[in-house]
Design a protein around this ligand. Sequence first.
Ligand SMILES: CC(C)(COP(=O)(O)OP(=O)(O)OC[C@H]1O[C@@H](n2cnc3c(N)ncnc32)[C@H](O)[C@@H]1OP(=O)(O)O)[C@@H](O)C(=O)NCCC(=O)NCCS
Length: 134
Amino acid sequence: MARNNDGRPLGYILVSPSKLFSQKLKKAKSEWKPLSERRKLDSAIWNNNFIYLDQVGVLFEYHKSGLAYDLLKTLEADNVGKMIVTLIMDKPIDNVRSKQFFARNGYKIFCTVLFSQYGTIKNFEGSLLYKWIV
Ligand SMILES: CC(C)(COP(=O)(O)OP(=O)(O)OC[C@H]1O[C@@H](n2cnc3c(N)ncnc32)[C@H](O)[C@@H]1OP(=O)(O)O)[C@@H](O)C(=O)NCCC(=O)NCCS
């Protein structure tokens, strides 16, 4: 969590247990990209050998300030040698800013996934992104 001098929250990054996310993923239909790294990635996902970045968000007035970048870099610095995975919504809302943010920071598409129900959202389509932190 990032706060200003008065303690007001300005932005946050949330990591959730990878095991819970893998369980959800088992219920999804996945369309795999023809990735050369596929086997290594599959193994990391199914063995819960990754960090699941559930959410990142900053107040609207702090967009394009570099705060989200700082939050992400702090998480990455704490997880050298590991893989970070995140899921970005494509439908019903195309989260373009978020995709640009992760692409800019070196995250690649692992596969696209389709959930008939994801939380409260029906027919959720998303892109599963990954980055090995070196
Ligand atoms: C996704 C989200 C976190 C991205 O935030 P962001 O502000 O675009 O990301 P950054 O912190 O990397 O900011 C980068 C921009 O700030 C600029 N910037 C200014 N000062 C900077 C600094 N010191 N360091 C880095 N970038 C800086 C960059 O030039 C860049 O501008 P550009 O987009 O015109 O190239 C933000 O859009 C958000 O909170 N969205 C709502 C929640 C959401 O959808 N989260 C994702 C799914 S959980």
